[in-house]
Design a protein around this ligand. Sequence first.
Ligand SMILES: N[C@@H](CCC(=O)N[C@@H](CS)C(=O)NCC(=O)O)C(=O)O
Length: 294
Amino acid sequence: MSSDSNHNQNQYTPPKVWTWNPDNGGEWASINRPTAGSRHQQKLPIGKHPFQLYSLATPNGQKVTIMLEELLALGHKGAEYDAHLIKIGDGDQFGSDFVHINPNSKIPALMDHSDDLKDKPQRVFESGAILLYLSEKFDALLPKEHSKRTEALSWLFWQMGSAPYIGGGFGHFYKYAPYPMEYPIDRFTMEAKRQLDVLDKHLANNEYMADDEYSIADIAILPWYGNLVLGNAYDAVEFLEANSYKNLLRWAKQIEDREAVKRGRIVNRTWGEDNEQLHERHSAADIDHKLKDN
Ligand SMILES: N[C@@H](CCC(=O)N[C@@H](CS)C(=O)NCC(=O)O)C(=O)O
């Protein structure tokens, strides 16, 4: 059995009934609770565009802003949006209006106020559901041919099921846990590398996730796995030997170069260089202005 050098592995015996310790020392300790629902009254602003996005530029948030920018680039004027900032570190996701849109209290959350829904705006939560909703609404970025469409949806749902092992598993224990623990880091690093290899092998024979068609599957996968190998997440390129996933890296660089990706990824971003941060987006000019110096 391997030894955990920083922690005595026999120190913790689970009690009969688990009780919540609000101060467990983790990075998100002050935010996380074992209960759902709103914690305070908080009105959310509503801008003038059809889509109202309440989000932050984490990987799950980036998927939606990249999608909206891709739709606008394709000429779908109905995809105009206001992107409002939700500060998850401050607990905005537990405000009453936000919980009304997403009972799961996680960004991204979208409201569709398009003219056809004037009397009953539609809420959409879960980034995968949002991508699919937008794709269906604009008949875009999902292959028409049945086999390719099925392939794109398989990868979309693969991403939704797999990425929590990266974010909540690998990323959490490698970067955010209060002290390094060998067992969970080993477990989730093995899984993270296995997933990177899944993508690398697939992309050896496919230009995009669904054969030769760029789709919502690529948009979903880039912010997690692309960012990981490009060195934009968890500072883990060396640890994961991310440069060895050559096909994945080729794909990630190809997608990263798309204009809509460059635009979408800075929206609702509150960290990094000044020209990478756009806290809120209310018009295309907001992004143009930020990117003009790049
Ligand atoms: N499965 C969800 C996951 C969303 C999610 O985990 N969002 C995180 C940021 S990336 C969040 O809002 N965290 C706040 C919290 O956990 O309180 C999706 O894809 O939309």
